[in-house]
Design a binder for this molecule. Structure first.
Ligand code: 4NP
Length: 152
């Protein structure tokens, strides 16, 4: 059976496309399906932010083919685990959820790792240094997720 994992941020152009690309690079696509979406609908159909594309390239992760989509209530049915990048995304997802089963699928991405920081910061109004920090935070969490999936 395939495990289905959805990465969620606000815009689906900066953080969650990186989370999708990074996790995909660490798992067997025959066993794990990974996608991403945004709680907001500002950039639907667009490519990821150029700065996310660039930082991905720097570390060998190609996300240029991805296209932005908005989270929908169907995602609660289609996915097993839904990772929020920050607490605002988490709250928005809880707000969309219609029952306890759906709420139980929502997790904060950085809860997968033991770090002081609990949220992947929104880098949209920041610089490449922030995108680099975001990449490494996501990468640590995705390593932990992939290790746990390999134990199943
Ligand atoms: P993301 O970053 O949630 O990591 O994709 C953002 C992208 C766009 C906006 C905010 C955050 N925006 O306000 O358009």
């Amino acid at each position: 059976m395939t495990t289905k994992i959805l990465m969620v941020c606000l815009g689906n152009i900066c953080r969650s496309p990186l989370a999708e690309g990074i996790l995909k690079s660490k798992i067997d696509s025959a066993k794990v399906f990974v996608d991403s979406a945004g709680t907001g609908g500002y950039h639907i159909g667009k490519k990821p932010d150029n700065r996310s594309i660039l930082i991905g390239k720097e570390y060998g992760i190609d996300i240029e083919h991805q296209r932005c989509r908005q989270f929908s209530s169907q995602d609660f049915k289609d996915f097993d685990v839904i990772y929020a990048m920050d607490r605002n995304n988490y709250k928005a997802l809880v707000h969309f959820a219609q029952n306890a089963d759906e709420i139980s699928k929502i997790r904060l991405l950085l809860d997968e790792v033991d770090l002081k920081v609990k949220e992947v910061p929104d880098p949209y109004y920041d610089d490449m240094e922030k995108f680099d920090e975001v990449f490494h935070l996501i990468d640590k969490a995705c390593t932990a997720i992939a290790e746990n999936l390999n134990k199943i």
